[in-house]
Design a protein around this ligand. Structure first.
Ligand SMILES: [Fe+2]
Length: 345
């Protein structure tokens, strides 16, 4: 064999090997503020289908954002998965996310559930309606979030604290619809109706209502979904004492729809595995993944065509507020200051 023909034989082999190398080591690094059990099975399915390994780091939402900020350009993370449009917006403002252009994501995810410039995409929808104790409240007494400020609800309302982003986003949505002044006036009267200083999470509001401390609460429905399907008898019984009321539907005063929010994902500015990361984003928006969210965590899919769990079906359909959710981020700081002024602890 001459040297020349050896070279001709070796070069294609070498380049084939070099090309195969990265495929074998294909991976994507995901920082997730969602619990491992709420995301891991989906990631495993993604790896089976694509051969791309997902390295998962889970943590608290604010801690993960802080970590991304301090790691900066050296961050190993390709993707940030977190809850609440307010937080996703914060991540964008902090400069840790990069925009993504994807026809698939644009087709699958309605415009109001994603950042207008592609910095984050909603993957599951969570609704924050009113729940009421069926023994003490008739659904006909309820209508809107605004109406919960009526003096007839004095001492009867349970809701968690204003430090919680879900409430900040609810108030931000009202600022977007009514402006600061009207929302502040509402918040003062609403706070005056609280049965107790805010304490605990959304589940605790249901427990308090069931125990007779209050008659209505404002919560994310997936907590109730989990409680209904819980092994723990106290939680199950408490959930059985309340029913869901969808506020702000047509014909009940302000019919803009019930407040909703998303969990979502964004590509990091430091992403070294960009293509794999976008593939994972697209996978998480697929019908298969969407159905999983709606079955396992009782959240709503971003598309109405995807089937939901029996628990969700039992609460009936509702009209969701179609506000562009990036506005929840835009008005977050305003909402926090407003709640403070209104005495919402
Ligand atoms: Fe939550």
């Amino acid at each position: 064999m001459s040297v020349v023909s050896f070279k001709h034989w070796l070069l294609p082999m070498l380049s084939a090997w070099l090309l195969a190398g990265p495929v074998l080591a294909a991976e994507v690094n995901l920082y997730s503020a969602r619990q491992e059990n709420l995301i891991k099975p989906l990631l495993e399915r993604f790896s089976e289908q694509t051969g791309i390994e997902v390295n998962l780091v889970t943590g608290k939402a604010d801690a993960l954002l802080q970590r991304l900020k301090s790691e900066g350009r050296n961050s190993p993370a390709d993707l940030l998965l977190t809850t609440d449009a307010g937080r996703l917006h914060r991540a964008r403002e902090a400069g840790v996310l990069a925009p993504v252009e994807s026809d698939t994501l644009h087709e699958r995810i309605p415009a109001q559930y994603r950042d207008p410039e592609g910095y984050w995409f909603g993957l599951s929808v969570r609704a924050r309606p009113i729940v009421y104790v069926t023994d003490r409240v008739e659904p006909g007494e309820l209508s809107t979030y605004e109406a919960l400020a009526d003096p007839k609800w004095k001492g009867r309302v349970c809701i968690r604290s204003s430090s919680n982003i879900y409430n900040q986003s609810l108030v931000a949505s009202m600022i977007a619809h009514h402006g600061v002044e009207a929302t502040e006036a509402w918040a003062r009267d609403f706070v005056a109706n609280f049965a107790r200083p805010p304490i605990g999470g959304d589940r605790d509001q249901v427990l308090a209502a069931a125990a007779g401390q209050c008659d209505v609460a404002v919560i994310n429905t997936y907590y109730l979904g989990v409680m209904i399907n819980e092994d723990d008898q106290e939680q199950r019984e408490a959930a059985g004492r309340v029913a869901v009321f969808w506020p702000n539907q047509e014909g009940s005063g302000d019919g803009r729809g019930t407040h909703v929010n998303v969990s979502g994902i964004g590509l990091t500015a430091a992403a070294g595995n960009r293509d794999n990361a976008v593939q994972l984003m697209e996978f998480l928006s697929s019908d298969e993944s969407q159905a999983w969210y709606a079955q396992v965590n009782h959240e709503y899919p971003v598309r109405e065509s995807v089937p939901v769990s029996d628990t969700l079906k039992a609460w009936g359909g509702f009209k969701a507020d179609d506000l562009d959710l990036h506005l929840l981020g835009k008005y977050n700081a305003e909402a926090v200051r407003l709640m403070d002024r209104a005495g919402w602890k």
